[in-house]
Write a protein that binds this ligand. Structure first.
Ligand SMILES: [Mn+2]
Length: 334
């Protein structure tokens, strides 16, 4: 089963109608939920509960304590070996992904509920056979941006408890409104959410300024590894197992590193090659917008990954010393 480019099959109004027709709804998202995954699921769950229906949020894998100030007091359930969402739900909504590879821990449960699944996504690629009820908007800055439209269709007002997770989703997926996926629509939505009571400066502090010291130590080692190729157009940062050990850092501590080399004027594309203490080698790719923009989705696909044109990644089950020269070679040709 391959993940391919996929499109919307329904209008958002049909998803709204499915919600109106349901009583018990389960909401889930990709493994290791990020700000958009947490924000889009949480806002939707709160809006659905506002309609007097039951909405359970289920996450696969650790959801990062950093989001708990936004999640609280909504109970979220964690998928585990013997923990799946209940079977008696009449609608399943998946946000911020439509790829089976991102939903592996729920594969058995999802196959039992095929036919009741609705997908709300903004990625270019997904598995079309997962559901024939999909709203896929690659131009949306975040899944939360589409969920905001859905909540408006449902007629639920943006109170602070709904506005804050929506803001979290759009802010984190746009690098706090810096990336090229930020549109006037995104900014209008942000304004509306601030009007609804979001304290954006406080949220930034709670989400972005809570690093452990190990992350800064890991960053120091990443910067030391800097390699610039393609006549100054591409930068590569490499982190080996020994760097994680010496820094006392976790695999997630590389979050945001791949954006940093783009601060250099000539650099169009940046890549972090990371070999965490366990698990596959991770590539994280970013590129600048513009007429010479590098499509990092294409680069990631060379390594079995994918994502967006400006932000992409791959996980590779091969030794880092085998992968690294191939990445350098691929980026030397950009
Ligand atoms: Mn997203």
């Amino acid at each position: 089963m391959t993940t391919m480019n996929y499109d919307s099959t329904v209008e958002l109004t049909e998803v709204a109608a499915a919600i109106r027709g349901a009583q018990r709804i389960a909401i889930t998202t990709h493994v290791k939920p990020d700000g958009d995954a947490v924000g889009s699921t949480l806002a939707l769950a709160r809006a659905i509960e506002h309609l007097g229906k039951s909405a359970q949020v289920w996450y696969a894998g650790p959801d990062g304590e950093v989001f708990y100030s936004v999640i609280d007091p909504t109970p979220v359930q964690i998928v585990a070996e013997n923990r799946r969402p209940p079977d008696d739900v009449d609608l399943v909504i998946i946000t911020d992904t439509g790829a089976r590879s991102q939903l592996k821990d729920l594969a058995d449960w999802l196959s039992r509920h095929a036919g009741k699944i609705a997908i709300i996504d903004h990625h270019i690629q997904g598995d079309a056979d997962l559901s024939d009820c999909r709203v896929v908007e690659p131009k949306a800055a975040a899944a939360a941006e589409i969920v905001a439209d859905l909540i408006e269709l449902l007629g639920v007002p943006f109170d602070r408890s709904i506005a804050e997770p929506l803001y979290l989703g759009i802010a984190t997926d746009t690098g706090w409104f810096r990336f090229s996926n930020t549109t006037s629509k995104t900014l209008r939505l942000a304004a509306k959410l601030v009007d609804a009571g979001v304290d954006h400066a406080d949220l930034f502090r709670r989400i972005e300024q809570t690093d452990p010291p190990g992350r800064l130590r890991l960053l120091a080692r990443a910067l030391t590894s800097l390699e610039i190729v393609a006549g100054g157009r591409a930068a590569i940062l490499t982190l080996r197992r020994s760097d994680y050990e010496a820094s006392d850092a976790t695999p997630d501590d590389t979050h945001g590193f791949s954006d940093l080399p783009l601060a250099v004027e000539s650099i169009e594309v940046a890549c972090v090659i990371a070999e965490p203490r366990s698990g596959p080698v991770k590539l994280s790719l970013r590129s600048k917008p513009g007429p010479n923009a590098v499509d990092v989705n294409q680069v990631a696909r060379l390594f079995g990954g994918g994502g967006h044109a400006r932000a992409s990644g791959a996980k590779i089950d091969r030794p880092i010393d085998e992968v690294r020269p191939e990445v350098i070679e691929a980026l030397s040709r950009v």
